[in-house]
Design a binder for this molecule. Sequence first.
Ligand code: AMP
Length: 538
Amino acid sequence: MQGQMINSQLTITEIMRHAERVNSGTEVVSITHDNPIHRYTLKEAFKRVRQLANALQDLGIKQGDRVATLAWNDYRHLELYYAVSCSGAVLHTVNPRLFPEQIEYIVNHAEDSVVFFDPFFLPLIEQLKEKLPTVTRFIALTDSQHLPTNNIEDLTDYETLIQDKSSQFTWPDIKEDQASSLCYTSGTTGNPKGVLYSHRSTVLHSMGSALPDAFSLSLDETVMPIVPMFHVNGWGLAYSAPMTGTKLVLPGPKMADGETLTHLINEEGVTMTAGVPVIWLTLLEHLKKTDTQVPSLNRIVVGGSACPELLIAEFDELFNVSVHHAWGMTEMSPLGTFNQLTPSIKAQGQAQQMATKLKQGRIVFGVDIRIEDWEGNELDWTGNQFGSVKVRGPWVASGYYKQGEQLDSNGYFDTGDVASIDKNGYMMITDRSKDVIKSGGEWISSIELENIAVGHPDVKEAAVIGVSDPKWGERPLLIVVTHQVEVTQQELLGYFDGKVAKFCIPDAVVFVKDLPHTATGKLSKKDLRTRFKDRTLG
Ligand code: AMP
């Protein structure tokens, strides 16, 4: 027997409609390149979203077209989030920190038709513009007064683009399975791969992640996402905050500036903030150095990399801020687990509580996680059996853009992470089976570095692994076998200059006689990781 409920479509347009009617007074505060502090309400935001939708229509953007952004967290980017997706087009958030060749690959692979960019990235756009044949227009996210001198044909600023447009717009009917946004991840081997979110996945993720034992959003909260809006939709906060009426504070280009973040927290009454560990180490250092308290700040959500114990302990002891680990990935919209202590663990001693806080957390409703051994058997939640983390659920990708489905025979997506789950349901990531390194929240391809290293005439064989680093989470270590010649670390590292982004260049080189291999002749990274587990690069 069928249920008799209305089959309303779960779309971002519905989040927008709800937010505008019910949470119209909710504030959005931003810092932008051209404005030290911009403040408006969701009511004003969505009026401009309709003007932007008219502008997109005039630019010839049709349903399904990809519209790219290279932008920070600010109100114009927020407007693009809604205007593009609710028009039926696909918002493609591009990570401007990637190496220019990767950006060129991504924009061409996505076949973006228009690129909106922050003036901060003008040199990058000028460098790439001739190499992006599908892009017909570039728009700078600023006003006419702040439009920099440039050599881009037809470059318009955002404010001029929307200023004369009508604030009336009839939103198209969108089916919930329609694509809403696209984000490429380089957390895989080979070229970056596109994760194509749907309206439905985005709405369900917003609802699931806003729950009390996850982001816990509400009218009483003020959230400052430090996770960039070009990384998995800024963990979906650009949707879940308007949906719940949570005030948004968007720090624009100042995301790594401890002083500005402190000022925003205290001036705007930020209660919750979210980002990768390196940001919080910077903030912690600043707070300690300036002896400043952040009384409104109640909690910090840390994800993207494992959270150092020092962060959890010092924020708690010195600033009365609780730090919560969250885990997920681009392919999971991103949220999969969130660390909240159960009442029985709260009743335990400090040491046991800390041991639990260091884990990646408990599964959020909406995601199904199983841990498998190498033969595909599901492992029990004992806390001491480690295996591959497989996931499924309505906000988990079934494959990559233009690549078809990539699920296992049980319909699960392999995350490439290795973990255990304890009897209380806390997952702990212990290793990674995917051959990539994560440094300060950004991916580094070990294979790309190995390919460059073996291009050096004195290198016979090379391996790159991630070794743990207190600030960046992981940093690349290059391990080489050389021909019968003397070559220095400095010379080898210098060889990477200009071939990869600076942050990707290994920190150190280890010279060895030979490298371990598996039975099939592949480099055994597992052996190398074990051997260099305690290696520090400092
Ligand atoms: P991304 O798709 O760039 O967000 O990266 C996702 C990957 O980052 C995961 O598959 C993990 O390898 C890693 N990751 C994310 N969150 C955490 C965390 N809390 N602790 C450890 N690793 C994490």
